[in-house]
Design a protein around this ligand. Sequence first.
Ligand code: NOJ
Length: 682
Amino acid sequence: MFKKSVYLYICLMVALCVSCHRNATSVSSPDGQLKLSFDLIDGVPHYSVSRDGQPVLLPSPMGLTFVTNDGDTVSNCGWQLSQTESASVDETWETVWGEERLIRDYHNELTVHLSPLNTKLSSLNLSIVFRVFNDGFAFRYVFPEQEAKQLTVLDEHSSYVFAEEPQIWSIPWRTEYYEALFEKTPLHEKDTMNSPITLEMADGSYAFIHEAALTDYPCQNLYALNGSEASSQLSTFLTPWMKDDQVIEDKAYVTTPFATPWRFMILTRTLPEMVASRIMLNLNEPCKIEDTSWIRPMKFIGIWWGMHMREWTWRQGPNHGATTEHMKQYLDFAADNHIQGVLAEGWNLGWEGYEGINNDRFSFVTPYPDYDINFLSEYAKQRGVQIVCHHETSGRANEYEADLDTAYQYMQRYGMHAVKTGYVAPIITTNDGHQINRSQSGVRHYRKVIETAAKYQVMIDNHEPAMPTGLQRTWPNLMTQEGIRGQEWNAWSADGGSPCSHVCTLPFTRMMAGPADYTPGVFAFENPVIPGTRVHSTLCNQLALFVVLYSPLQMACDKIENYQKHPAEFQFIKDVPCDWEQSRLLDGQIGEYVVMARQERGGNDWYLGAITNETARDITIDLSFLGEGEYEAQIYRDGDDAEWQERPYSTNIETRVVTANDQPMTIRLASGGGCAIRFKKL
Ligand code: NOJ
């Protein structure tokens, strides 16, 4: 985040142009290529988008249906334009951590102020703010200060009418915790979808639709309208509230003045440009934490994979994982291997409830008797390692909220600055009763956790979250989130584990919404406990994931004995950072392969991760991204006979000296394989 310092130059100009009752108006990107036009058609707000004069989105209806405190229902028809405003911004800001240190926010803005045609509602005001960047556009609905104080949003009509039918990668809306494989189909074959979605447009360009700055509103979801090829239209539906265990019509309760989250669409000709887009972060508010010195990205290991492999248990018993003895071994291993943190799941009372043995409530301040927190926290301090705390709630968000202050005070007392939170329950319980976690109530809970954690200098790794929307710009203690079909599925999934193509799809889909706690780094692929499941990858693929899948809290997930068997390969995990100066997708195709390069923040070294799906292939690495001078390339590549099912451990480690001007490097990736390279500046 987001230091207050503003870099390079700032140019802000605001022009107020009063254009009473004129209906059509437009705004273009700073480079002039994208043009967004606004119009009212029969009183319904519409927008359309073109690129270089070619239509991308045809007039697409938008707006909200809401009920005022007087009980009037106001729909998205019946508006007139009262005034427009425009503004331009060009500023560069610095992140606290991230894929880039410096981010440029360069856009033109158009605000349309609307008033109802119905004179009975004449005191109502609604504005729509549009921003157009060189790589996409965004809009949000704003209720300015007005007489109507409390509004209930029943529906949002934001839609996307495509000039030509796109192909879409998405997961269905119902998916629990967003843990599914993204599937590509033409739009007309889609039904409901979680946000975000990734699109391949008819002309071969790419797009990405998601929301930004979700703080007090339900998560957006999308659906294919009519599901017909001809219409090629997507629309929005908001996650509803529930009452007495039934879904109700109400979506959001707002108090004016109020602004909804941003809806945004990235539009780029190429995948490297799409992945480099920072629109989502730019749409979030600047950092609200004054002293961010305690917020530090780190790698961690943990008492974790053993539970997912069914060797250890969370609850107490003969195979309890989080014992003093195990934790001490993990702390020693971390200290000896340049790993900054160790997670212990199952350290606290309450897991009998999680595992269905009783209904115990979790305690966030009571360790199990075989986990000596006094000794361990002292030992961790001596060895210079942080203990990463764990708060599973089983979806009982209300109980967690009641315990937040004491839980974080306890963490402070024992020197813990990071916590992994968890909400395993299809429907969570908030202070508003049983609710979908992506409802407004759920979103409010997650935000309360982030803000309270910031007070106690606690960094968050949120499992079973609402989909990330770039809030880490405002609250950089929100480090990483799950909301992904992560590595753990490879330990127990009935389908045998995620296909190799999954990790080749993620950088273009889920990862576009922000960091994910995928947990790379499995070094032992057999699973005797649940035969048939397996990590579909080679060992080098696992190394490459540390670069490909970004997370500022990056977990190397395997048990330490498996790392001890492969010290030469583990060296890459010791070296690789998780905070970057800059990041570049060098090459890739969605679901097929990915070549990602990132430069260490505050250093000169570059790191590269390349992965492929089931198809073995040669990749060519153009080295011109390197800086001046010589680099020692420390290359971890698949052995010549490697492939993920039979010979995943076959690895070649070699070094050579390279410069930016050298001939491109060609490297063979095995089926399910990968390559990780550290370019060490000489
Ligand atoms: C599900 C999480 O994704 C996993 O990482 C965790 O170990 C369990 N819940 C228990 O909290």
